[in-house]
Design a protein around this ligand. Structure first.
Ligand code: HEM
Length: 364
């Protein structure tokens, strides 16, 4: 029954918010060349999201008169918001020549460069706008995206989407969940306020961008059937952590700090090409990112194999931090044998609006 506020917060909900169990992620291409259409869409979306986050329909469910079409599709009518948040992102295309908004471009908002091991599919990449609905009730999350998509008709069309089940990261005070490889994910995530200020929230850019963040999304497919045949010793070396407890290979408890210098029999206990050795801030000039990903499945692939993976979502105040990490991971991570990055996007998520205003209002 929990409801998060939409207006008057320092940041958009759905970033620092305690991570909910399910997500629906959707991207859009703007089809109207008019900035005023984008403006109206952001205003209508903001008003609707405020309603949805309270658990209210966005208009009539059963309108008067038998020939009227309902404004709200109805499948969440009577359900509680279940901690729903909807986070709006603006892609690089919003600031290209089309809309006259180039001068307002957030300083680091540009398409991601090609990265090592990229196997991106065009149909799962890019977008001018993103919406991420997160909720503890999958029907509530789906309803939000469905009705917001409907409102966009004539202005923006859908581009790609991922339905995520099961959070695959942890925030402060949350137990660490597991990703579909069976390992605890989110142990060493950003959790402290000081880390949010330093690595997540934009501070040193135009006034309108302050308190926002950059959302980086990657659809990462896993070869889970190959993974499931891999011996446990190798699986643990791939991540540099134990499977059941999630402890670093140099420790006993999940919370133990990994010791990347520890050696046994002439080789490092945590392999230098393990996922955590490459990703850890100790080995990356201090870089940290907020991870807020979800497990996903698309059912079966064309060969009848399980088709599943991680909807990786990160929030950073400088996309270069993600690029630095993924350049290292994409180059030599032992995990690469079992994953492919097939989808990708980058969006700027502005701060939350004050009451009576809408997300991105300062652009117009
Ligand atoms: C840590 C899984 C992709 C960045 C971890 C951990 C696991 C994991 C199990 C250890 C527990 C933890 O501290 O959270 C995965 C899987 C991925 C994936 C299954 C792909 C399917 C990525 C990507 C990035 C990334 C693409 C960034 C570019 C990190 C970071 C850590 C981490 C920064 C913390 C390392 C540390 O400080 O010890 N990941 N990850 N991961 N991962 Fe990933």
């Amino acid at each position: 029954t929990r409801s998060h506020p939409f207006y008057g917060q320092a940041h958009q909900a759905g970033i620092e918010t305690e991570q909910q169990r399910h997500t629906v992620y959707m991207t859009f291409d703007l089809t109207s060349p008019l900035a005023s259409d984008l403006q109206v869409l952001l205003a209508r979306w903001s008003g609707a999201i405020a309603q949805l986050m309270k658990g209210l329909p966005i208009g009539s469910v059963e309108p008067d008169g038998t020939s009227a079409v309902a404004q709200d599709t109805g499948e969440a009518y009577g359900l509680s918001p279940a901690s729903l948040t909807v986070t709006v992102g603006l892609g690089p295309g919003v600031f290209d020549d089309r809309f006259g908004l180039a001068a307002k471009r957030p300083k680091h908002l540009a398409p991601l460069p090609d990265l090592p091991s990229d196997q991106l599919q065009k149909a799962l990449t890019g977008g001018d706008l993103s919406l991420q609905a997160c909720s503890d009730d999958p029907q509530v999350a789906y309803h939000a995206i469905r009705d917001l998509t409907r409102m966009a008709r004539g202005v923006a069309q859908t581009r790609w989407t991922v339905l995520g089940f099961g959070r695959a990261s942890a925030g402060k005070g949350q137990t660490t969940p597991r990703n579909l490889m069976g390992f605890k994910d989110g142990t060493r995530n950003i959790k402290e306020q000081s880390e949010f200020s330093e690595f997540v929230w934009v501070g040193d850019d135009q006034a309108w961008t302050r308190g926002g963040s950059y959302q980086i999304v990657r659809k990462i497919q896993m070869n889970i059937e190959t993974w499931d045949a891999d011996p446990i010793g190798d699986q643990q070396d791939v991540f540099g952590r134990t499977k059941a407890v999630g402890a670093p290979l140099t420790g006993k408890r999940e919370s133990d700090v990994p010791d990347f210098a520890a050696h046994r029999g002439g080789s490092a206990v945590i392999p230098p090409t393990s996922h955590v050795a490459l990703a850890a801030h100790e080995n990356n000039g201090g870089v940290k990112i907020l991870r807020r990903g979800y497990n996903y499945t698309d059912g079966l692939n064309q060969y009848g194999l399980l088709d599943a993976g991680l909807l990786f979502l990160a929030y950073v105040n400088d996309p270069q931090h993600f690029i630095t990490l993924q350049t290292r991971l994409g180059g030599s991570d032992r995990l690469n044998e079992y994953i492919q990055h097939i989808g990708s996007g980058i969006f700027f998520t502005p701060a939350a609006p004050r009451p009576g205003r809408f997300i991105g209002q300062e652009l117009f």
